[in-house]
Every structure is written in C-alpha cells, then in structure tokens.
Design a protein around this ligand. Structure first.
Ligand code: SF4
Length: 473
C-alpha cells in the first residue's frame, strides 16, 4: 500500500470525527498517506451517520458521486463505515456495485486486514460484527493536524438508554466504558504532542464506568484535571437523568473543566419526554439547571430540541418554548423529528405534518436567536480568557496612511464561544501570540455566532489561567 492515498468524508457527530482519526491512523500504519482532494485518492471512505434522515441522505448522495469516479478510475477503492454501514450492511453492496467494503461501527480494528484481502483477492467485504469490548488504541492517532491544540478522546461507546427515537443502541451497541488508565495514557500522549484541550466523548458520559465498576465520571475528570500541560477539559454528551451532584460540584472545584455543559432536553413537555423514554421531567431538568448555575454562575448551557415528535401537540410545543424562555440556553441544536429504522417511535401514532414540523423548527430558531443575541450582548465590555486556536485571516489595515500588518486570531472562551480578535502592529514572523496559548480579550462587538474583541496586552494579556472569568471593563 506504500504511498497510496486515502480520503475520508466524515458525516455526523464528534464520535464519527474521532472514529475517522482511528481509521486514518490504521491506514497510515499500513502505508497509506492522507489526501485532501477526493479526486486524487486511491481509497475513499465515507464515515456515515444515521441519527437523522438528512445525514443518511448526505452519505448516499456522496456515494453517488463516487460511482461516477469509479467508472473513470476502476482501481479506486470505496468503503462505507459508521452507523449507516452498521444499519444497512449487505444491502449497501447489493445496491451499490462500486462499493468494495462495508465496515460497521465496531470493525475499525479489522480495516487493514479487510483492505489487504480486497487487494489480494479482488473481493468485496461486509463486516458488521459487533465486538463485545472496546478495541484499545495501540498507538496514539498520528493523523490529526500537528498544529491542532484541541482533540477528542472517546471514553465510552454505545448506549443502553433506548430513547424511543434513537438508533444509537442498535448501530453502536451496548454501553461499554474504556479503562481509566488507557484514557489517561492517551491524553498524556496527546498533551506531550502539543494538545492543550481535550473533549471527552461518550453517548452519555454521566454513566461512565458504572456498568463495569470502574471509577465514576467525576473521579475520571479529577484524574484528567491533574494531567500536567493540559489547559482545558470538556465533555459531551450528558444525559440529564444521570447528572450527578459530583459532576455539578466539579464545575466549581476543577480549574481545567470548562464552564460549559451540553445537556440535551429534547422537549419541554412531560408527556413527550415520557414517550421519548427520557426518564426525567421538565421540573427535574429545571432543577438541574438551577443547581448548575448555583455551583457555577457563569456556566454556558446548550441543549438539543426535537420538534414534531409523534403526538407532539401545539400545547406540548408551547411548553418546549416556555422551557427555552425560562432556561435561556446559550445555544440550541434543534432538529426535525424523522422516523429511523429500528427506532420504536417510527410506529407511534399522531405523526406531525412536515409543514408543521418546519414551522416549529423556525419558531425555535427565532426564539433562540433572540436569547443568544441577548446573552452575547451582555458580554460586551467583559474580559474573557481565550484559548488561541489559530489565525482566522491576515489583514492589511490602513493606519494614518501607512500600511500596517494586523493578524486576526480566533479562539474560544471556557463557555465555548468563538472569539475573534485583531492584533495590530506585529510582524508576520513574530506575532507574540502562539496557538495553544491562553490570552485575555476584551469583548467589543457581539454577533449571533461569535464575539469580537481586542487583546489585552502587557502583563495581564498573556495568562495561563484556565477559567472564563469575566471582569467588568
Ligand atoms: S441517550 Fe438516548 S438519544 Fe442519547 S444515544 Fe442513548 S438512546 Fe440515543
């Protein structure tokens, strides 16, 4: 396989981003090199998502493009991985004669062997076997951008919650947690390679370790918090039913834990929540939000909403809007409900019309946009700790008739807000700021999706503090 090029198209959540890194690492081990242009690749893999109909359509439309490419370049190898691969398996190779292999969510470790077999025997492979245990990474993925300062680390896979609309338990299997020692050693290696921020991934990180009798999630966080050289720690996703007092307290006590939680509520109606099998009520959810804000007043809370779940009446939807107004989320991911293969809600009565679903989605967007703008506007004049991720663009500005260089940097606050800031009067060679450094920025302008400010220079400018403290300007 020496010097053969691969291209991966990743669709879906952060879990798929992490899996694509794992896929790339295994391909590099057998001599492949990463290619950024699909047209120049010898092997193209689409890492699919089936959580929503739209994501699945995206995968099939990309695969349609590959059919044409394969006609022009018959030796091109095409693979399908991820949730759609797991769900559809054999049907994909039957429907798409140009696909060489279909590997399910737990077959990444077997990818090199599959490719070698295809090369040798010119055969096609479908492997959707569900392994019982997580295959540990033998080496740390090397495929990420060497300048990346933020990386994902999976701490568990699968899910046991069986929310009635969700395919994850069927396509990613039962919940399994990784051993804490393996997680810590992966993080230490990433930090040694320059990574400064880690986002821990799991379908429900709050139940980490419980099934296998490992340590609980706050204990794992504490151990990661102690890793030297790491500046920031994030996690996603948290199921509200398992949000513990220990985790809430962690936001107060762990200096590297970012002040942000993604806590999907899905609906503000208790009837809908019960039919979704979410196992909490709106009252319980609101209590959790209050407890989080008491422990960490500046915490940013984001959430997911599904509109048009079967049987969702206009009164149910009004309750969702009322909850959004009451909580004032920092931002929301809102989705239109769609029936998914295997998910029980596909058989539920009371389907909401497409027109009504679209209207409800728009209502949520409009409501949330106003709330986000209000929250952002309240940040004007405050000073934020920003972890520098890179330059967003270089500009040449005019200053009193003389051209000067100005570099626009980008980074994030602890609350996960994107901040762009300009640094004037710098040379191209030495800007004085480095990617992965923590700086302080005074917020001067706010937008719906980002903030803009100016660097606080002097002793107070560069800092290794980890919080997201706001100071009155
Ligand atoms: S908690 Fe529910 S929504 Fe989340 S992955 Fe598990 S089944 Fe799906």
């Amino acid at each position: 396989m020496k010097n053969k090029k691969f291209y991966i198209n990743t669709i879906g959540c952060q879990m798929n981003v992490y899996d694509s890194e794992q896929i790339a690492e295994r391909l590099q081990r057998i001599g492949f090199v990463m290619e950024n242009r699909v047209e120049d690749a010898d092997l193209v893999i689409v890492n699919t998502c089936s959580i929503r109909e739209k994501a699945e359509q995206k995968a099939f439309s990309f695969l349609g493009r590959l059919a044409k490419m394969k006609r022009e370049k018959p030796r091109l190898m095409v693979g399908v991985c991820g949730c759609v691969a797991q769900q559809e398996g054999q049907k994909i190779v039957e429907r798409m004669p140009y696909v060489d292999f279909v590997l399910g969510t737990q077959a990444i470790e077997r990818l090199p062997a599959a490719i070698e077999r295809i090369e040798r025997q010119r055969c096609r492979i479908v492997d959707v076997n569900m392994a019982q245990e997580i295959q540990e990474t033998a080496d740390i993925p090397t495929c990420g951008n060497p300048h990346e300062i933020s990386r994902f680390v999976t701490i568990m896979r699968g899910c046991d919650n069986y929310c009635t609309y969700c395919v994850v338990p069927y396509v990613r299997g039962r919940e399994t947690s990784r051993e804490p020692e393996n997680i810590i050693s992966e993080i230490k290696s990433l930090v040694a390679n320059g990574v400064r921020e880690i986002t821990l991934l799991g379908q429900n990180v709050n139940s980490y370790g419980q099934k296998q009798g490992l340590c609980d999630f706050p204990t794992l966080l504490k151990r990661i918090n102690d890793v030297e050289g790491l500046l920031r720690l994030r996690f996603t996703t948290s199921h509200p039913k398992d949000l513990s007092d220990g985790l809430i307290a962690a936001f107060r006590s762990m200096e590297k834990l970012c002040h942000h939680i993604h806590l999907p509520v899905q609906s503000g109606s208790n009837d809908v929540l019960a039919r979704m099998n979410r196992r909490y009520t709106r009252e319980k959810y609101l209590e959790m939000v209050a407890n989080l804000r008491e422990a960490c007043p500046e915490i940013a809370i984001t959430s997911d909403i599904i509109v048009g779940f079967p049987g969702e009446t206009s009164e149910d939807f009004e309750q969702t809007k009322a909850l959004i107004r009451q909580v004032e989320f920092d931002s929301l991911f809102a989705f239109i409900y769609s029936d998914r293969p295997n998910a029980p809600s596909g058989r539920f009565k009371g389907k909401v019309t497409e027109k009504e679903k679209k209207q409800r989605l728009q209502d949520v967007f409009d409501l949330q946009t106003g709330i986000t703008q209000k929250i952002h506007a309240s940040m004007k004049g405050t000073i934020k700790e920003v972890l520098v991720e890179g330059t967003s663009k270089k500009q040449v500005a005019e200053n009193q008739g003389r051209a000067i260089d100005a570099v626009q940097w980008t980074g994030r606050t602890s609350g996960n807000k994107i901040v762009n800031f300009i640094q004037n009067h710098v040379s191209h060679v030495d800007t004085g700021i480095q990617v992965g450094e923590m700086v302080r920025v005074r917020i001067e302008k706010t937008f719906p999706h980002s903030l803009r400010g100016s660097l606080i220079t002097g002793d107070s400018g560069h800092s290794l503090a980890k919080g997201d403290e706001s100071y009155a300007a």
